[in-house]
Design a protein around this ligand. Structure first.
Ligand code: GLC
Length: 490
């Protein structure tokens, strides 16, 4: 056993103490139990933070809290405050909720849709995580009745309506504001950040499985299926970066006009950052952080890459190459605490204009190149999925040796993650849950099977280059390669 028993016991104790009750029922877990919390909303249940807790509960047969949570979040949607002159986005789910007083029945839980959060950020990822958690619950318990109930069918439909709604889209990827997911402070992650695309893909896949066909749903389901296919090809082709593609971008023509062009987003080769030359090993690759007009964000975002592996958004070959990158750049991406959230950090003037001079996001701290133990579960799962159990064991050994001793910090600072984060909470619940999940995945066959049914296997065997060649043939070189379009006339 690579996780010491005392660490596991301490992690379980923290998780147990974090459980929130309402009307006598367990409904969620607090974000952190630090007596000196750095912000008051850490004493709430965050939708995204609850997912690792829920995975532990599902693996350990405590399914009641998960179903209560799923119901509660669905009910809380009505509390969304509406800006004057706007309409309610019915599928939007809160970022977090709190249970007032002692959780008495008459005291209604109160949801936050970003209004109480720093920077007033919109929680785009919440409904995506909720849908994926519903899938995990149904797969683990076999309780398909819950997903087919009127309330949950309506929930799935409203989510799909919201996330498929047309705004100002120019690609199959989902367009979002900055700070709308785990990275919930300004970090230049507006537009089409990878993590959102992976979650969106998982949500589309799940909705196709769980939303029943019928007159109200058929059109939506058809749109969902198309969007899933175009998003998958788009990410596999255009977000992918390896040595071959880097060369191609390096030699791009720019300022091309019309449909029949290669450099559709008009990426200037001059925008390739210096650090990438020599950093990307020959046999490795990864999905880029973001794509937009004349914009590639070359930063490596771990969670988006790991979730893309777990939800089958990458091809298997791409998944292996991503794990290869972790292995080759171990010191930078894992270092002294798994896992680095994004590499490299933005520094100097780039830090000022990317973060708005955010002191919490100084270079190599917090979201800007910090190390987050809560990402360990996704790393372990992705490593096992790609046959790299060896990497999972190495990472878990590093984390297990420090986390309990350091009292479960939220994040670590420094190029290698050697320092406890300057403003990190201690007793952060998803840091503990993540270690427990990783332990189960490595040691317990039935937990691994449960986890596999949470993740998605979408094995379309093509590589990014064969997909591109296929697309060229299909389009006959006349249709815009980047954004598959249907031409309507008359
Ligand atoms: C921070 C993190 C966010 C997390 C929250 C509660 O704001 O950036 O991802 O959900 O803390 O832990």
């Amino acid at each position: 056993m690579i996780t010491p028993k005392s660490s596991l016991d301490s992690a379980h104790k923290l998780l147990e103490h974090s459980i929130l009750h309402h009307a006598g029922e367990p409904v969620g877990t607090l974000a952190a139990l630090d007596p000196a919390l750095v912000a008051p909303n850490y004493a709430e249940c965050f939708i995204r933070d609850f997912v690792p807790s829920a995975l532990v509960f599902l693996m350990e047969g405590k399914t009641e809290i998960v179903v209560n949570f799923l119901r509660m979040v669905l009910d809380l949607r009505v509390q969304q405050p509406i800006i004057l002159g706007h309409e309610r986005a019915q599928g939007l789910m809160p970022a977090s909720f709190r249970i007032p007083n002692d959780g008495e029945e008459e005291d209604m839980p109160s949801a936050d849709f970003g209004d109480r959060a720093i920077g007033r950020v919109a929680p785009v990822d919440s409904a995506l995580w909720w849908t994926l958690l519903l899938r995990a619950y149904v797969n683990t318990t076999g309780d398909i009745k819950l997903a087919h109930s009127h309330e949950f069918q309506e929930g799935l439909r409203l989510n799909l309506q919201l996330y498929l709604k047309e705004n100002f889209e120019t690609s199959p990827a989902l367009l979002v504001p900055d700070a709308s997911f785990m990275i919930d402070r300004r970090m230049g992650v507006h537009g089409h950040p990878l993590e959102i695309q992976a979650l969106f893909y998982g949500m589309l896949f799940t909705t196709l499985e769980l939303l029943l066909p019928g007159p109200d749903n058929d059109h939506l389901l058809a749109m969902c299926k198309k969007r899933l296919q175009t998003l998958r090809s788009y990410v596999r082709i255009y977000y992918w970066l390896d040595a071959e593609r880097l060369n191609e971008i390096h030699r791009y023509q720019s300022e091309e006009f019309g449909h029949d062009v290669t450099n559709v987003l008009n990426i200037y080769p001059e925008s390739i950052p210096d650090w990438i030359d020599g950093w990307l090993p020959k046999d490795a690759g990864y999905l880029l952080g973001n794509l937009g007009p004349s914009r590639i964000d070359f930063r490596f975002f771990s969670f988006g890459n790991l979730l893309s592996i777990l939800f089958g958004l990458t091809t298997s070959a791409q998944a292996e190459q991503i794990m290869c990158l972790f292995e080759s750049r171990w010191d930078q991406l894992i270092g002294e605490m798994p896992v680095k959230i994004c590499y490299p950090a933005v520094e100097g003037d780039e830090w000022s204009y990317t973060t708005g001079s955010d002191p919490k996001n100084r270079p190599w701290s917090y979201h800007n190149g910090g190390h987050w133990p809560c990402l360990l579960w996704a790393f372990t799962g992705a490593a096992i999925r790609t046959g790299r159990r060896d990497l999972a064991k190495r990472a878990v050994t590093i984390a297990a040796a420090r986390l309990e001793q350091d009292d479960w910090p939220e994040y670590y600072d420094g190029k290698k993650g050697s320092l406890i984060g300057r403003r990190a909470n201690l007793r952060q619940v998803w840091s503990a849950a993540s270690l427990i999940i990783s332990h189960h995945l490595l040691e317990n066959g039935s937990a691994l099977a449960g986890f596999e049914s949470f993740t998605i296997r979408d094995e379309t065997p093509q590589s990014a280059s064969s997909l591109r060649a296929e697309k060229l043939l299909q389009d006959g070189g006349t249709v815009n390669l980047m954004m598959p379009r249907e031409r309507k006339t008359g």
